[in-house]
Design a binder for this molecule. Sequence first.
Ligand code: ADP
Ligand code: MG
Length: 363
Amino acid sequence: MKYGKNRWISYLWIAGIVIGSLGLSGCKSSSQKEEGSIVVENKGKKTKAEASIFAMDTFMTITAYGTQAEEAVQEAQHEIEYLDQLLSAGSSDGEVGEINQNGFGSCSQDTAYLLERSFELHEKTDGAFNVMMYPLMEKWGFISGDYKVPPQEAIDRLLPLTDISKVSYDSKEGKIQFLEKGMKIDFGGIAKGYTSSCIMDIFEQYNISSGIVNLGGNVQVKGKKTDGSDWRVGIRDPKGEKEYLGILSVSDKAVITSGGYERVFEENGVKYHHILDPKTGKPAQGGLDSVTIVCEDGTLADGLSTSLFVMGFEEAQNYWMDHSNEFDMILVANDGTIYVTEGLEDKFESQMTKVHIIRQKNK
Ligand code: ADP
Ligand code: MG
């Protein structure tokens, strides 16, 4: 996977709230010891462990509280490194990278799970979520960083390679084959949410009742803070004018945002970003600056944040009306108006005046 350098900035924006709310300072006290890159702090009976790593081309932090916090954070770090290599579309020595090079291969449990979730989401979102967009991501230069608007004929030539019905997948055997040469899987729209979900499972195994991961601005929390209050997650201003648009108070949730500000370039006065509409092969233009999804399942939150961004303002609301039992969301429209679904009404604090609550029609 390839992510832009402004990810660093994105992390800092979010970290200001997430870390600030934990009452952390930048300096280590005498009770802290550093083991490898894991910082362990003993607070009476409760141990706090924290690690920062760079993976999936973004800056990540993992924080856990509990007697086995250090072990949990260490295993979480290994999991991130493992999944990064396994799922990276362009790597030459990872499973997905090899499948992409060869056009066929065997899927391990993680890859198979993600493929199946991705196929399911493709269907549910009427094709808005499509893990086969990689040939077009390459053509637009979003992988190499050598950005350029491709000629229409190149887009037309590559679009058939994104057709999911040309992926032959045997779920029993875990075997995959592309029916056309040049097709490639890209889990960039779902991998970080899956990774944070896996870390929540690790936290569970190590009896971590309070923990948080921040994978480049995509946040997932376990339980509440150790003082019993909710975690506070800052929602980034997609236009980058304010420090953040508001703060969301959550427990046991993933809070995952997709926006047209991550990897962006400008040509002839037009801005182009890295979330592609599978129908056109071009950056999605649905009237949204960002979509934040809030739900317990990190994989779903990540997949839906990309999907609803592609669907655009109207369709995203319709999708929520039909699936409001599965997730809540915050939409930021192109004009700066914030739309928050009713489940977050008491959880989202904002100084902004233009905040609307989306409610179920049939209530
Ligand atoms: P982030 O860059 O913050 O992870 P997303 O979760 O929205 O944002 O993922 C964007 C990535 O998803 C792109 O970089 C690309 O790898 C992939 N992608 C682009 N368009 C689509 C799409 N329509 N469906 C699924 N994945 C996509
Ligand atoms: Mg996503």
